[in-house]
Design a protein around this ligand. Structure first.
Ligand SMILES: [Zn+2]
Length: 416
């Protein structure tokens, strides 16, 4: 134990307690507003749907608190509990070559942390989502998804890890710049191959049928000056009744994907308004700006790791013997960064909500604010999203503005 151990334990305690406290506030707030639908939604959402949303969000909150506590326990077990040291001893007994020993350590770590999340994923799907009528997955589908994700993780992750560890070993003090370039290249490669090669492993994508909806969407895209290589409908209903629409890929592979669940629930003019919002994110350069931000942040973090990598106090402060492998540096860094940056989350959430307001305004200009409002109300209702989040919880976490604030803004846009 050293000074860094204390800093880490304090940061972890602050993050964990803040999370639990915010979730409790959120659940109490929802419970306190369970008895009546907020006036702005009273015409469109019935009391039983509002109460279902309160119970659904309550169940998610309870699971979330257990998950938070379990994650913190896993983190302590890996570091001060000595589990990472045990994994490293195993890896060393299997491989004499440091590159392979490091890769084995990262693989053991990845398998362990993914496995510790599985009970939560299972409970969420087959208990909470099932209880509120959202789940459409069977246990065998869940297992098949898991097997595919693991195979994909190995096929893409192992070459990446080998490359990164090799660079850390061979490139001297500027290794982190090379690793950053590889990371940027890998991210861009993933964005390019995801729509055509990875997403189809999990869902079926059918080109949208010709008809009035397609004509309407093409007309909107023309108006907004947006080119894409295709409009697709995805069988989201295979897994869940939650609906959505999204963009994927970039450049030539850019496509627009609608969940079948969204198309079946919204009218054509509502779908158009939802798409106009998504086009807004693209046209207002939110997508590219976020990507550049993430590349900038990863450069700064890798620079920081470049500094920490040879500091004995960094390892010893987290319960790991030094000297050790580069792989251990990567793992420890990945574990502690989220703990120390947790309190920056409200800033990220605020940045995201600003973009949501801008995309809503874009949709109002190119499509219809009124249609977007009716679409959102349907989606809140269908997804049992809460209409009454705790304001502090929402400010801290929410990437989207609270329902009432968002709708009030859109209605003002219609009025003016
Ligand atoms: Zn949005």
């Amino acid at each position: 134990m050293n000074l860094f151990s204390f800093a880490f334990v304090i940061a972890l305690a602050v993050a964990t307690l803040t999370r639990v406290w915010l979730t409790q506030r959120h659940m109490r707030y929802i419970q306190a507003h369970r008895a009546a639908v907020p006036p702005a939604f009273a015409n469109d959402i019935a009391l039983d749907a509002h109460q279902k949303a309160a119970d659904y969000n309550g169940a998610k909150g309870r699971l979330g608190m257990v998950h938070t506590l379990a994650d913190s326990a896993v983190l302590l077990l890996l570091t001060f509990g000595g589990l990472l040291q045990v994994f490293d001893d195993w890896a060393r007994s299997w491989f004499a070559v440091e590159l392979l020993r490091g890769t084995a350590l990262i693989a053991l770590f990845a398998v362990f942390t993914s496995a510790s999340d599985l009970p939560f994923s299972w409970y969420r799907t087959f208990n909470i989502e099932a209880r509120f009528g959202f789940n459409r997955m069977t246990p065998s589908m869940w297992l098949a998804d898991l097997a595919k994700t693991a195979a994909l993780g190995a096929a893409l992750g192992l070459p990446l890890v080998l490359t990164v560890l090799w660079l850390m070993d061979e490139m001297g003090q500027w290794w982190w710049l090379y690793v950053w370039l590889v990371w940027v290249g890998f991210s861009v490669f993933m964005m390019a191959v995801y729509p055509a090669f990875i997403a189809p492993l999990f869902n079926k994508f059918a080109p949208m049928q010709d008809g009035s909806l397609k004509a309407r969407i093409e007309n909107l895209m023309l108006k907004c000056g947006f080119r894409s290589s295709g409009l697709f409908v995805m069988d989201g209903s295979r897994r869940s009744s939650h609906g959505n629409a999204y963009f994927t890929g970039f450049g030539k592979t850019k496509r627009i994907v609608f969940f079948d669940t969204l198309i079946s629930r919204l009218t054509e003019s509502e779908i158009e308004a939802v798409l106009a919002h998504e086009l807004g994110h693209f046209k207002l350069r939110h997508v590219i700006r976020r990507m550049l931000w993430s590349f900038g942040v990863s450069l700064a973090l890798l620079g920081l790791l470049g500094y920490l990598k040879d500091k004995a106090w960094f390892y010893q402060g987290l319960g790991v013997a030094y000297p050790t492998t580069n792989a251990m540096a990567l793992i420890l860094f990945a574990l502690v960064v989220p703990v120390f940056t947790f309190l920056l989350r409200p800033l990220l959430a605020m940045y995201s909500r600003k973009h949501e307001f801008e995309a809503d305004a874009y949709a109002a200009r190119y499509s219809s604010a009124h249609e977007l409002v009716t679409a959102l109300v349907k989606l809140y209702k269908d997804n049992a999203a809460t209409l009454t989040p705790d304001p502090l919880h929402s400010a801290f976490y929410d990437s989207h503005p609270p329902a009432s604030v968002r709708i009030a803004r859109l209605q003002n846009l219609t009025a003016s």
